[in-house]
Write a protein that binds this ligand. Structure first.
Ligand code: F0G
Length: 449
């Protein structure tokens, strides 16, 4: 009789270490309520190939035209969810986002080498597609037909679009009323998701939903679901592959619910354990001052868990005062010898305009990472000779109102130092000609516009 192969992966509590099978639907430890993580049998993976052989395997899949390896998540299948059968995988495909070198940020900061990994170039225009491809694939594998998330916009957009690809699967999105952009709100509606709006902030939305998911057979697809983290960590894999497996010194990540920075940390430590990279970059987590519990915890030496009441911010996707993956994020950042910083609304929107004007259109959440990077350079936390990758998490097109309000001088408390104002003219060719004549206002763009 053929024996079932021993699984590569299981669940483990990050607090007390208690283990569970991966196939059990649970989001927290039964014994201590700690967060769960997926752990892979790294010894077995290590025995199967050395670091160079892993790099060759992944590099050999670059540019394939069909199949799951076209995806920037599933190209790394063996390190994401090795036991998940290929037939269960739901992919658009996602990933393969550009890694832009930014001479403008290098000049502005004096840092030697700065790249922006633009995750807004994913199918639903945010980094969430990576984790959601893993989450929805796993839900399909389990035979789940109802999936749900609370969201500041992007998670629900991704969940809705991936669930829509699975016959018989329905998504439920629970959203904070009036706190997400119109473009984001339109996405779950368009994809046929049950879209629920609550007169509450995100922290309340997720608390309510978690309560319901404990009682009802609804599969929770927030990043507290450890399977999501496995897909999410492919940002780190793909970025390193694009850099020829040469790690940068720093990776800067905007932080809200803190799943992404935890995932990137986990991905990096796994790559290091398998000999695929020779050192682990430091992580810098970036938050808006309006919602910066982790930046405060960092300043206070992580003495105790910090929760804040989040205030309004243009970086609405990271308007979170009580991040669910707090403990994982603190562990990853401390292990990498990194830091958390915060930036003001002025700093965020000026940083956004600076990067946008180079033709790389980012959102206010991503700009929070740019602003914190500039601050870290200014304070000498990041050295002039260091290599930096900034993760842009969503596309600027998802937050058009913030862009238009900034350039039109209509963002409360923000002086638009880099404004590119709309010029209103009469519908008369002579008026346009006057504007375009030498000295008429259409003179060449000033650096730093
Ligand atoms: N950037 C964007 C554009 C986001 O949508 C989010 C999170 C983050 C950064 C922060 O990532 O939560 O893993 O620390 N958005 C979630 C959502 C909360 O519901 O879409 P995180």
């Amino acid at each position: 009789m053929a024996s079932t192969p021993r699984p590569f992966s299981s669940l483990r509590c990050i607090g007390c270490g208690r283990g569970y099978p991966l196939g059990e639907i649970r989001y927290e430890c039964e014994a201590c309520s700690g967060l769960l993580e997926v752990v892979h049998d790294l010894d077995r993976l290590k025995k199967s190939r050395d670091g160079a052989a892993w790099r060759r395997l992944f590099d050999g899949r670059m540019g394939v035209k069909a199949g799951i390896h076209r995806s920037g998540v599933w190209r790394f299948h063996e390190l994401i969810l090795p036991d998940l059968p290929e037939a269960a995988i739901v992919t658009k495909p996602e990933g393969d986002t550009n890694l832009y070198r930014s001479p403008r940020l290098e000049k502005e900061s004096g840092a030697a080498c700065v790249h922006i990994k633009h995750e807004g170039e994913n199918p639903t225009l945010s980094f969430k597609d990576r984790g959601m491809s893993a989450g929805v694939s796993f839900a399909r594998h389990l035979g789940v037909d109802l999936v749900a998330c609370a969201s500041t916009g992007d998670t629900s957009a991704a969940m809705a679009a991936y669930a829509a690809q699975v016959e018989g699967m329905r998504g439920v999105a629970v959203l904070p009323q009036g706190k997400i952009s119109m473009e984001q709100l339109s996405q779950p509606i368009a994809s046929g998701c049950l879209t629920v709006s609550l007169p509450a902030d995100f922290d309340t939305c997720i608390r309510l939903l978690r309560e319901v998911c404990r009682k009802r057979p609804v599969y929770l697809l927030n990043s507290v679901n450890p399977v999501r983290i496995e897909g999410q960590k492919s940002i780190a894999y793909e970025m390193l592959q694009q850099l020829g497996w040469e790690p940068p010194d720093w990776i800067v990540v905007p932080v809200g619910n803190a799943g992404n920075i935890s995932a990137i940390g986990k991905g990096l430590f796994d790559l290091h354990a398998l000999g695929i990279i020779d050192r682990v970059p430091r992580l810098l987590g970036a938050q808006p001052e309006a919602a910066a519990p982790l930046a405060r915890a960092h300043r206070e030496g992580y003495r105790e868990r910090v929760r804040v009441k989040a205030a309004d911010t243009a970086a609405s996707a990271i308007r979170i005062g009580d991040p669910v993956s707090y403990d994982k994020a603190v562990a990853a950042v401390r292990r990498s010898k990194g830091a958390f910083l915060s930036a003001s609304e002025q700093e965020i929107m000026d940083a956004k305009a600076l990067v946008d004007a180079t033709g790389v259109y980012i959102c206010p959440n991503s700009a929070t990472a740019v602003a914190c990077f500039l601050k870290a350079r200014g304070e000498g936390i990041i050295g002039a000779d260091e290599k930096v990758v900034i993760i842009a998490t969503a596309h600027g097109c998802k937050f058009s109102q913030a862009t238009i309000d900034y350039h039109g001088g209509r963002l409360a408390g923000v002086v638009p130092g880099r404004a590119n104002r709309i010029i209103e003219l009469e519908a008369d060719p002579a008026a346009l000609e006057r504007l375009l004549a030498p000295g008429g206002g259409a003179a060449s763009r000033k650096d730093g516009q």
